[in-house]
Ligand binder design. Structure first.
Ligand code: ADP
Ligand code: G6P
Length: 471
């Protein structure tokens, strides 16, 4: 088995299988934040990514992808049902997002969560060279740091949670709360999106495990676990360059024409998820249409909602409700050839997405709760001419950094309507000032800055980053 000095562990491998022109199956690097974030670093050292390649058969043996070794973890249909759809996405996901949907608890799901986490830990132990740095990602794998430390105490282990970490009142509902906390404390550094999450975690470790904790350090056994906020970011330069390209500018113009050349285009881009506030946004829009504050001929709403986690009941119910409401609004307020809402459930490639961002005068990102929300950051990066109003939920992690956005509370229907109107009617000079400030922030604090700030905190000796050319 080839071993690496840097190992990333995530539920999914950063690849998609696609069919090459000659009909052969080809593995490609999937677009997406984490891969782009880590790719420049992974390429410079013998690195391995441990994860699932999709499907439920035996683990395929994959070629290296852009110089990074792919180490597959096999998952069975039972694992997918009970670990991924069950414990990860029907227990932890709703609980960590303010329980906006009711979390479910089943012993069988917990057993699968332990079993699958053990498998990832063993796979990681096999590919990490002595003293390697291992970076474990997200809520699917919270037990991996502890399990891995038991197998390989020589490793330097980091854990990063991409989703919110809830306040004690919510986390305390979990039947296996102590085990989950102990799992995370197997890491040397536990990273969160926001300082509030680190605070919640510190409080909980004291309350549940009785350990001594501050918002920076937790004493466990004879070790110190460091914790902190490391807000994830995007490849700002890449999105700016793409959005600024003549092809994308031309595509954006065509989009605008196809939309009927309206005075205002509002865009939302979400996974179809109950945390994203899609229904609340549709209600607000519908009421603005009904009151005449927004007119179909002047304004269009483009709602992109890619189906997600489709075998989980709550996601099926949501999709039905959203589609019924879009149909109702279009039936009531649309005209022939002029729908009130353009509703799209397709995946878009990056250039099409960049063109959509460029065409959007107002970007409505109004989740009820979100760890970060990269769409908000991508929109800002794509606004190369410093125009465009970002309407952003206070409950998205990105609101901490993008404080110049038009901030709204998506639970407050009147506030949401007012926010949409303010963004639509904003003074262009104000819009530009805000956008410039947000763009400057994202150029400084991009995905590489994120990865480096996390890894330099994890790699106290500095040996890895030294090899990679310093922080
Ligand atoms: P989440 O991780 O909860 O889905 P984020 O906003 O943080 O939410 O990240 C979503 C990512 O998925 C973004 O990088 C966005 O560009 C991408 N994405 C969303 N919708 C689509 C789509 N229809 N086609 C392609 N990519 C999409
Ligand atoms: C969030 C999670 C990721 C997850 C993504 C898409 O961003 O933090 O870990 O990969 O949603 O969800 P999916 O269930 O399709 O992997």
């Amino acid at each position: 088995m080839r071993q690496s000095s840097l190992v990333v562990v995530a539920m999914r491998l950063p690849i998609d299988d696609s069919v090459a022109p000659d009909g052969a199956c080809e593995w490609r690097r999937s677009p997406g934040g984490l891969v782009s974030a880590l790719h420049p670093l992974l390429r410079q050292t013998p690195a391995t990514w441990v994860g699932w390649a999709g499907g439920s058969g035996p683990a395929p043996s994959l070629p290296d992808v852009d110089g990074v070794r792919m180490h597959t973890v096999p998952l069975t249909l039972d694992d997918l049902r009970d670990h991924y759809e069950g414990f990860a996405n029907a227990t932890l996901w709703p609980l960590y997002h303010d329980a906006v949907e009711q979390p479910e608890h089943h012993r069988r799901w917990w057993e699968a969560y332990q079993r699958v986490n053990q498998r990832y830990a063993e796979a990681t132990a096999a590919v990490a060279e002595p003293g390697a740095i291992v970076w474990v990602q997200d809520y699917h794998l919270q037990l991996v740091p502890g399990l891995l430390r038991a197998l390989r105490p020589d490793l330097r282990i980091g854990f990063f949670l991409h989703v919110p970490f809830p306040p004690p009142e919510l986390f305390m509902q979990l039947p296996r709360r102590a085990e989950l906390l102990r799992g995370m404390l197997g890491a040397d550094l536990v990273g969160f999106q926001r300082a509030q999450a680190a605070h919640n975690f510190a409080q909980l470790t004291t309350k549940v495990l009785g350990v001594s904790a501050t918002d920076r350090r937790i004493a466990v056994d004879d070790r110190v676990v460091r914790i902190g906020a490391f807000p994830v970011s995007i490849d700002t330069a890449e999105m700016s360059a793409l959005a600024g390209s003549p092809e994308v500018a031309e595509r954006a113009q065509r989009f605008r024409r196809d939309l009927g050349d309206p005075a205002h285009v509002i865009l939302s881009v979400d996974r179809m998820d109950y945390t994203k506030g899609i229904e609340q946004r549709l209600t607000a829009y519908s009421e603005l249409l009904a009151s005449g504050h927004v007119k179909v001929r002047d304004t269009v709403l483009v709602q992109v909602a890619v189906p997600s986690r489709e075998r989980v009941g709550q996601y099926q119910v949501l999709r039905d409700r959203v589609e019924r409401e879009v149909g109702r609004i279009n039936g009531e307020f649309g005209r022939v050839g002029e729908p009130a809402i353009h509703y799209l459930t397709q995946p878009f490639d990056r250039a099409e997405l960049a063109a959509l961002y460029r065409v959007a005068d107002v970007m409505a990102v109004t989740p009820l709760r979100d760890g970060m929300n990269l769409v908000a950051k991508e929109y800002v990066a794509a606004r190369v001419d410093d125009s465009g109003a970002l309407l952003l939920s206070e409950f998205a992690g990105s609101a901490t950094e993008l404080s110049q956005a038009y901030l709204v509370n998506p639970h407050d229907l009147e506030g949401l309507k007012q926010g949409l109107l303010s963004a639509l009617e904003a003074d262009p000079a104000d819009v530009t000032t805000r956008m410039r400030a947000m763009r400057a922030h994202l150029h400084r604090y991009d995905i590489r800055a994120w990865a480096r700030s996390y890894l330099s905190a994890l790699d106290e000796s500095g040996s890895l980053l030294h090899r990679l050319g310093g922080p």
